[in-house]
Design a binder for this molecule. Sequence first.
Ligand SMILES: [Zn+2]
Ligand SMILES: [Zn+2]
Length: 282
Amino acid sequence: MADGLKVRFWGVRGSISCAGAEYVRYGGNTSCLEVTAGGRRLIFDAGTGIRTLGLELARQAPLDIDIYFTHTHLDHLSGLTFFAPLFDKRNSVRMWAGHLEAPYTLKKVVSNLMQAPIYPVTLDIFQASVGFKEFSAGASLTCGAVTMRTAPLNHPNGATGYRVEYGGKSICYITDTEHREGGRDQTIVDLCRGADIMIYDCSYTDEEYPRYRGWGHSTWQEGARIADAAGVGTLAIFHHDPSHDDAFMDDVARKAAELRPGSAPGGLPRIVVAHEGLTLAP
Ligand SMILES: [Zn+2]
Ligand SMILES: [Zn+2]
């Protein structure tokens, strides 16, 4: 594993996965990121994208992996039970969540997903050593030499934003969240201040947003405003709405490059549209 901080996108879609010729370039799998740094592997969210990541990782057992959930809505959870490393007793997988409140725990949520009559097998099917860890959004975490700050996001049932730091570089993962109209969300601005990369919930456009007030998502234009307010190097447009096919996302990419032209100090573009397979190293 290369030592420097980097992120690979395995699922970039929001809300529900989508298949079809019109989604092949940006990808139809739901949220999953793989962050590697300092010899550690951190996975963020277990949307359907985690299945293909798992197939690649399964060949590298024994594995010691941490999975951090932004939250446990299905588009961030439903791939978990298809994550191959969970079915190999040589592996250790720890899962973390910071958004849950009593009576919910992460173990209970995953157990509820894996129960009759909606799922054929229960939690006991996992053969890896599995740990469930809770924290409160706002806490600081460490994973080896990787440090993380977290913050609560504005989303129904809660969600956690992460700022991952290693070797003087930083990547923020901010999904799912609804912006505050009439001003920037100061919690996010503070968490992302000066970050090299901010991956942000860009489900909608500003024009579409009024139809979706209260659903807990934001827009790519608001992402750019927050990135500017926080002095973020690169904004990664993420959590694409299933109604946005490749042609639509090409149009977003073109308009985004006009709004935030040029390169960040590290050489990455100041704005990118995330697609499956994209790797960013700040
Ligand atoms: Zn989502
Ligand atoms: Zn959600």
